[in-house]
Ligand binder design. Structure first.
Ligand code: AMP
Ligand code: MN
Ligand code: MN
Length: 317
């Protein structure tokens, strides 16, 4: 029996199902989780979806209002984690996963630790949402406009609008298919990728002013502090996109963005051609993809910057 057949058998058997994703969820996390939630409901199941906090730009997705912050259920029959590489990144809600009788992991991070009983992980997929599409097709669950929009949200956000490496022919075939069904791709694109919140705009302005070019212009570096976020009343997700700015300047290979939080310094790294930023983040306990990775580190912004630069320097050509 294939992995997907095993997965469907677990779903069929389960009376209670919970869907989870990584902390600080992005469009792929929320989109894939809601696609699965809506699909399982259509299939006749009554799952829970638990995401304590998510960016409000995704609140228009079908049944986003049913997302729970927590649950009273002590032990689910089945827990399904999407777009999450590591049980640590399920953070405070990892307990729902750990306590579940059966555990499924669906993901596309090359650093996935295979923390489920059933793991369906494809690092070649540009977004976890694209894997979800394959799964739903295998399960013969109809991809309605609502589900299609959730999946499209994941693909658009994780590919930076179809422009990152990793975009496959299937990505465009799927978008063509959506267009044929009358889904307004351009409207979704604008909603999930282009429109900025006011705090995001202000934080970006700040980060731009501070941006430094190091190592002969091959590294771009910037940061924002807790105070910056308080001043603009930033909400979950309002720092998104800042790390991309430095990467898009000519000759830059690596962009480093540090965000000061109550838990420590959240690092985002991006590269263009050859530096494997996932390896750098992995060294400090994080992970991600070759060209986009992250890690949570302790210490001051300045200390974290120096530790990262030391590792990056060794990889620069
Ligand atoms: P971000 O910079 O937060 O957009 O993350 C870039 C990529 O790295 C995403 O695919 C994240 O899922 C992944 N990532 C970020 N932080 C971590 C972490 N602490 N551990 C593992 N993967 C991470
Ligand atoms: Mn994600
Ligand atoms: Mn993803």
């Amino acid at each position: 029996m294939s992995t997907l057949d095993n997965m469907l058998e677990e779903i069929n058997k389960a009376n209670s199902i919970v869907i989870l994703t990584h902390e600080n969820p992005d469009g792929d996390a929320v989109g894939t989780a809601l696609a699965l939630y809506n699909a399982l409901k259509q299939y006749g199941k009554n799952p829970d979806i638990i995401i304590p906090e998510y960016p409000q730009i995704f609140a228009f997705l079908a049944n986003a209002q049913e997302i729970k912050k927590e649950s009273e259920v002590e032990k689910y029959d089945l827990a399904i984690s999407v777009d999450c590489s590591d049980i640590k990144r399920l953070n405070g809600f990892a307990k729902y996963f750990e306590d579940a009788k059966s555990k499924i992991v669906i993901d596309h991070h090359s650093t996935n630790t295979m923390f489920g009983d059933i793991n369906f992980v494809n690092p070649d997929a540009p977004a976890c949402a694209q894997i979800m599409l394959v799964i739903l097709e295998h399960f013969n669950i109809e991809v309605t406009q609502d589900i299609g929009t959730c999946i499209l949200t994941g693909i658009i956000t994780d590919t930076g609008g179809f422009k990152y490496q990793g975009v496959t022919p299937e990505t465009f075939e799927f978008v063509a298919w959506l267009l044929n069904r009358g889904i307004n791709v351009s409207k979704v694109y604008r909603k999930v990728l282009q429109i900025k919140t006011k705090p995001n705009f202000e934080l970006t302005r700040n980060a731009n002013n501070r941006l430094e070019f190091l190592e002969d212009g091959r590294v771009a570096y910037t940061y924002i502090t807790k105070k910056d976020e308080e001043e603009v009343h930033a909400q979950n997700g309002d720092h998104e996109g800042i790390v991309e700015i430095g990467r898009d300047v000519e000759n830059v290979e690596v962009s480093i963005f540090i965000r000061e939080t109550d838990e420590g310094c959240k690092v985002s790294m991006r590269s263009n051609e050859y530096v494997n930023v996932s390896d750098v983040c992995l060294m400090f306990g994080g992970g991600g993809h070759q060209r986009a990775a992250g890690v949570l580190m302790q210490g001051s912004i300045e200390q974290v910057k120096e530790k990262l630069l030391y590792q990056v320097r060794g990889q620069l050509k």
